[in-house]
Write a protein that binds this ligand. Structure first.
Ligand code: IDP
Ligand code: MG
Length: 141
């Protein structure tokens, strides 16, 4: 499998629960390297741009107000099959349907406040990494 990069966001609910370190340990134990990271309190316009693909979904307003409700921790993960591996560690979008032992199953409360974002394809990963990080902020190691 190829070495990939993916964008991961620890959402405001999980940051508020003080579990950034526990989430990072799961990445590291799965062989994913954190090659860039920053904490940001998103503005409405940042969040709307980032989630533009969901603009016409019924949950869009709730999603945006949740994402700006507190700081988020944003990182680029690198490793073999990083995109699928990160999605596997996160678990299903709805924490009630997420497999036991996944981040969402352990730390999320609802389908809206679901602890994590992870890119879903090579194409979106490249776009999402570039949305938050410039080339000089991303390290190969
Ligand atoms: P994903 O985060 O697992 O990739 P997406 O379908 O891309 O899921 O949806 C983006 C985000 O929008 C989800 O993480 C969740 O916060 C929110 N969301 C998705 N579906 C629903 C829903 O049915 N109700 C409320 N919020 C939703
Ligand atoms: Mg998605």
């Amino acid at each position: 499998m190829a070495i990939e990069r993916t964008l991961s966001i620890i959402k405001p609910d999980a940051v508020a629960k003080n579990v950034i370190g526990q989430v990072y340990s799961r990445f590291e134990n799965a062989g994913l390297k954190i090659i860039a990271a920053r904490m940001v309190h998103l503005s409405n316009s940042d969040a709307e741009k980032f989630y533009a693909a969901h603009k016409y979904r019924p949950f869009f307003k709730d999603l945006i107000s949740f994402m700006v409700s507190g700081p988020v921790m944003i990182q680029v993960l690198e490793g073999e099959g990083a995109i699928a591996k990160n999605r596997y560690l996160m678990g299903a979008t709805d924490p009630n349907k997420a497999e036991k032992g996944t981040i969402r199953s352990d730390f999320a409360d609802s389908i809206n406040a679901n602890a994590m974002h992870g890119s879903d394809s090579l194409e979106t990963a490249a776009i999402e990494v570039a949305f938050f990080f410039s080339e000089v902020d991303v390290y190969s190691r």
